[in-house]
Write a protein that binds this ligand. Sequence first.
Ligand code: AHG
Ligand code: MN
Ligand code: MN
Length: 323
Amino acid sequence: MKRLDQVLAAEGVPAELELVINDVIVACKDIAFKLRQGELAGILGATEDENVQGETQKKLDVISNDLLKDILVANPYVRGIGSEEEDYTVAGSAAGKYLVTFDPLDGSSNIDVNLSVGTIFSVLEAQDDQSGDNQEVFLQNGRKQVAAGYVLYGPSALLVMTTGNGVNIFTLDTTVGEFILTKSGIQIPADTAEFAINMSNQRFWEPEMKQYIDDCLLGEEGPLGKRYNMRWVASMVAEVHRILMRGGIFMYPYDKRDPSKAGKLRLMYEGNPMSMIVEQAGGASSTGRMDIMDVAPKGIHDRVPVVLGSKNEVAKVVAYHSK
Ligand code: AHG
Ligand code: MN
Ligand code: MN
């Protein structure tokens, strides 16, 4: 039986980084316990506020954000944090080396219906001595991440993470409150016949994405030559986890509902960390035109089109986009 700290030590992760990851996990355990209590803990429902993304904040978006923010800005090794639920980045310790970005609660439309949600995090190293309340210090591409992970609050709470040494899965042992290693060396099957996309946005997609999905729907008789199955949980953490376990392709492509945004998902809180995990598990991750982790962020809240999962299927979608 291995605990998270033992696994990180065996991977040669610097002690300071381990202490940062550990604080993320302390907050996530608290979120997991609150979710388990559900309505009894008074955590369901919406607030009257909107976040910088223009989305209504759920109570649990705010609670989760505050738990992560408060513990991380007090960590001496954290220069600053960036969150989907914060307008600006927040300074931590001036001497801290690490920057943490997070989506405190992903899939928040699922909270009130008691379905899967998650927390996503990404860790970067500060490249200069700027303060963490300056977003410039965060604007590094995804290849620079030193750790990325998510916690899936499902029937069991799972921590899935990478420090660039493959992907490990830990299960929360609620009897002792520790994440225990339950799977390692995760590999996503290279081929799949299962796609995940919100089909209700079809009329807003670019023609290339529309064509790929039309061809999937043609099944054996179409150019892709196989019958596809479809899933949509509306929680990226849950979709990515399904893909890690049995393969698949997940897409939240560019759509023209709001031409000023490059997609719905956010590069620094969703796109980059999930791309690192998927690539570390042998999968692929693209905007349709380039690798997500090569996208240079211009702002902390940038959006990005996302196509990720089984390597050969992602390559097909990329080929549609280059036709
Ligand atoms: P968040 O709850 O952090 O805003 O993210 C929700 C994201 C993602 O998890 C999911 O894949 C997608 O939005 C669902 O969007 P639709 O409601 O458009 O299906
Ligand atoms: Mn999200
Ligand atoms: Mn969120």
